[in-house]
Write a protein of this length. Structure first.
Length: 97
């Protein structure tokens, strides 16, 4: 589980990032979750955008993606989800303790 200090650090790191995935009318499926997990392994910190035509609640989308990929939800703000998962091979971010 992430502490408040770690969440604040990750939010500041994610501020300049652009969303690399979009969740639309199709919602969350296995393929999306697998691609998010692969992206998290490569980058550790990503943003996911939720489109207006998505039928699911944004909190529900965040929960499904985080459970499927094993990631932490850093923040859900507006229609954007920030996800973090420590990489096994490509460790880039050093979280504050």
């Amino acid at each position: 589980m992430l502490t408040g200090k770690q969440r604040r650090f990750l939010r500041s790191e994610a501020h300049h990032l652009k969303p690399i995935f979009q969740v639309g009318k199709g919602g969350v499926n296995e393929n999306l979750v697998k691609q998010v997990a692969d992206a998290l392994e490569a980058r550790e910190l990503i943003k996911v955008s939720i489109l207006q035509n998505c039928d699911m609640d944004r909190e529900e989308v965040a929960e499904l993606i985080s459970q499927g990929s094993g990631a932490h939800v850093v923040q859900v703000i507006g229609n954007t989800i920030i996800l973090y998962k420590q990489s096994v091979n490509n460790k880039k971010l050093e979280l504050p303790s």
